[in-house]
Design a protein around this ligand. Structure first.
Ligand code: ZN
Length: 507
């Protein structure tokens, strides 16, 4: 089968030039200059004729075919008219609201389109016989061609880059004959695959089924022809755009927070429909960071590497956290914007954040895994009923690690199952607080997941040993701070260095 013969036949059916190239199995950039590629493939280019009539030899001319100029294999999908319609549709959508440099098109094609490919496949087999394989499509599939042809054109016209993780433009297409043809297809399916139809009461006709089952090696041309024409019948209507929906990318924003208040919960604290605390770390951070990225703040997820109790502060370098923001309008965050957000959160006086940055989605594993292995650093302010003796102080210098058995504390039993867990305490170091001989400041390094308050007082023997059992005296914990979490993530960035002031100072 010569290229020229193939193209002559396709032209006689009214197939558009892009589709002619598809049947010549053109790849990638070959679609950019259609005429040039045709010449390269030794095909005469007929400049005058747009809809194919001139190249038709009289005996090949199917009656009245191709007059209306809608390509019977792509239904106009690759025509300039459709490109303009698509572009207009995208620009009329919420597209301008999204500040994303990268886009991806997801086009839902009507099944009519697949049927047209099959009809042409049969037609080519009839025309060229064994040159046309019965199980490998003779063309570059429409789906692939959309990527090769429409994607670059639309990206260029919108001034965007293609990226599978970019703003997703969901495009729904339909064709006037879609319903009618799907109905015929159901009947054809029953006839072509009677065995399957017998045990499946309702056969779901899907694009996947069409792709897998419908090829000349599996369906007879005669059966197909009872329902559809070979080659395709005269096509009057092109595909139509029915809807465009935009789905912004999922953006992850990470940072570290310090909790400066002893009256602040981690997430909204609501019991029996009543708020117990006016605010939370989650809400404060989302309130100041979220609006830059999204319209709907309630869709944002807040995660952190562990958490602290309401009355516990978290100091030092702070605790790593990440916000997962779906359908983001914005995918970038300048250091200057990040610094403004950090300052706005700091102004709450309750939480402070730093190292704010956009991170890759894959990095979320950093926060989600290895939680148990991490070390946590605490400082506890404790009190004895009597002045601290040298003996007690000595007992609370424990440089080597030891194991404790910890029953789930009574205070969390309403949300955690009752278990006894072994936990490693890496070190304990105590000193007397200046100005109060009964008060101790104890630095404790533990395995993540250790309940510190119970480690100190023992909770009636539910944690053994405890600092209280080690010294043989009751110890009361009065205040607790987290001073370090050994997770070196996200990377440190000093956003303050990128403000206008900082720039001016450099000059
Ligand atoms: Zn076409």
């Amino acid at each position: 089968m010569k290229n020229q013969d193939l193209v002559d036949y396709l032209r006689s059916c009214g197939v558009c030039e892009i589709c002619q190239l598809r049947y010549l199995k053109a790849r990638g950039s070959e679609y950019k200059d259609v005429k040039e590629t045709l010449r390269k493939l030794d095909v005469r280019v007929n400049e005058i004729v747009e809809n194919g009539e001139a190249a038709i030899s009289p005996d090949d001319r199917p009656a009245k075919k191709a007059r209306l100029g809608v390509c019977p294999t792509c239904l106009g999908l690759f025509s300039e008219d459709f490109q303009m319609e698509l572009l207009g549709g995208i620009l009329a959508s919420d597209f301008a609201k999204y500040d994303c440099q990268k886009i991806v098109l997801a086009i839902c094609l009507p099944m009519s389109l697949q049927l047209k490919q099959l009809a042409m496949w049969f037609a080519l087999q009839r025309k060229f016989g064994a040159d046309v394989d019965g199980s490998n499509p003779p063309d570059v599939p429409i789906k692939e061609a959309v990527k090769l042809i429409l994607h670059p054109i639309i990206c260029e016209k919108l001034g965007k880059e293609y990226d599978a993780n970019g703003l997703m433009i969901n495009i729904d297409l339909t064709h006037k004959l879609e319903d009618e043809e799907v109905e015929k297809l159901v009947k054809l399916n029953r006839e072509a695959f009677p065995a399957k139809a017998a045990y499946q009461k309702r056969v779901e006709i899907s694009r996947g089924l069409l792709e897998k089952q419908y090829q000349p090696s599996k369906v007879k041309a005669e059966t197909f022809e009872k329902y559809f024409q070979i080659p395709c019948s005269n096509v009057e209507e092109p595909v139509r755009l029915t809807s465009i929906n935009l789905q912004g990318p999922l953006i992850c924003v990470a940072g570290r927070y310090r909790k400066l208040s002893r009256e602040l919960s981690h997430t909204p604290w609501i019991m029996n429909g009543q708020r117990l605390m006016e605010d939370s770390i989650e809400e404060i951070i989302i309130r100041h960071v979220g609006p830059h990225f999204a319209d709907k703040l309630d869709k944002i997820t807040f995660m952190s590497s562990g958490r602290e109790d309401v009355d516990v502060r978290c100091l030092g370098k702070g605790r790593p956290f990440v916000l997962e923001i779906p359908n983001a309008l914005n995918s970038s965050l300048s250091k200057e914007q990040a610094y403004k957000m950090e300052q706005a959160v700091d102004a709450s006086g309750k939480v402070s954040i730093l190292n704010l940055q956009v991170v890759a989605r894959e990095d979320l594993t950093q926060i989600k895994t290895g939680e148990e292995q991490k070390r946590k650093f605490y400082r506890a302010l404790c009190a004895l009923n009597e002045p601290v003796s040298v003996e007690v102080l000595k007992k609370l210098q424990i440089p080597q690690s030891f194991e404790i058995q910890q029953k789930t504390p009574i205070r969390v039993l309403h949300r955690r199952p009752l278990h006894t867990r072994p936990r490693t305490i890496y070190s304990v170091k105590a000193k007397i607080q200046r100005g109060n001989s009964r008060a101790l400041v104890i630095d404790i390094v533990t395995q993540a997941g250790t309940y510190i308050k119970e480690l100190v007082h023992g909770e009636f023997g539910r944690t053994t040993p405890s600092l209280s059992s080690i010294v043989g005296k009751p110890i009361d914990i009065q205040a607790l701070d987290v001073v370090g979490i050994d997770l070196e993530w996200p990377p440190e960035v000093d956003n303050s260095l990128h403000t206008e002031e900082a720039h001016q100072n450099k000059r």
